[in-house]
Design a protein around this ligand. Structure first.
Ligand code: GDP
Ligand code: MG
Length: 217
């Protein structure tokens, strides 16, 4: 391709390409994923896609960590949690208020959130930083939709979990969906900073890198 660019532009472009190739996301195998023996399977899917695990640890999170992890003071996010629950009633002849005790998104979201905080402390999790081209979107795609019964087959949640917000909400627990993945750049940065602050994020090359990203012919 003929280029008519300045050195500054080329330097900026190279930096942008480098940043794209090294995009980082945070993801986590939740307690149900660990207890079901799915650690290897989930990491295998991440690696098979060509993405690279650059930091990893296992721990049982405490309440403080989980409350910092989820945007617990973001009213919009809480209302979205409540609103997602309602979609579990699609096609059922159940009344939102009678089933959940409220039809207010925020109130419903708060009750989902308390179940979520409890669930995330119920056992060890595997926390990871994953790197690669469009890593944030790629890992969300590997995860599949939040609600397991809506997650496509071929995704982690679709292949290995089955749960519905109606059942979960009525039973007073979080949806069990195996896996967490950051939704966007802001979430990825704050979650990596929270879970791996001051810790080493590794730098290494995969054998695949040459074939996947370099013109070797
Ligand atoms: P995610 O980014 O796909 O994990 O989805 P959210 O950020 O919206 O929700 C965080 C977590 O809350 C989910 O992964 C589920 O474990 C749980 N959750 C989400 N929606 C519901 C719901 O409608 N009912 C219940 N009980 N749990 C939910
Ligand atoms: Mg989320």
């Amino acid at each position: 391709m003929a280029k008519n660019t300045t050195k500054d532009y080329d330097a900026e472009l190279n930096k942008t390409i480098f940043d794209i190739k090294h995009q980082r996301t945070f993801c986590m195998i939740k307690p149900d994923g660990v207890m079901r023996g799915l650690i290897g399977e989930i990491i295998r899917r991440i690696e098979k896609a060509g993405l690279k695990v650059v930091a990893m640890k296992m721990l049982t999170p405490d309440e403080d960590l989980i409350k910092k992890h989820y945007p617990t003071s973001d009213e919009k996010w809480i209302a979205r949690l409540g609103n997602k629950s309602k979609s579990g009633l699609d096609g059922l002849s159940l009344d939102v208020k009678d089933t959940f005790g409220t039809d207010d998104d925020t109130e419903l979201g708060q009750s989902v959130l308390s179940g979520l905080i409890e669930y995330m402390q119920s056992g060890p999790v595997v926390a990871m930083v994953v790197e690669g081209i469009q890593a944030i979107e790629m890992v969300r795609k590997l995860a599949g939709a939040t609600l397991p019964f809506k997650a496509e087959m071929g995704t982690i949640r679709g292949d290995f979990s089955v749960d519905s917000p109606v059942v979960a909400n009525v039973e007073g627990r979080s949806i069990h969906n195996l896996f967490h993945a950051s939704e966007n750049v802001k979430e990825a940065e704050s979650e990596i900073n929270l879970w791996f602050k001051g810790e080493i994020i590794c730098d290494y090359s995969l054998g695949n890198d040459d074939i996947m990203y370099c013109k070797h012919y």
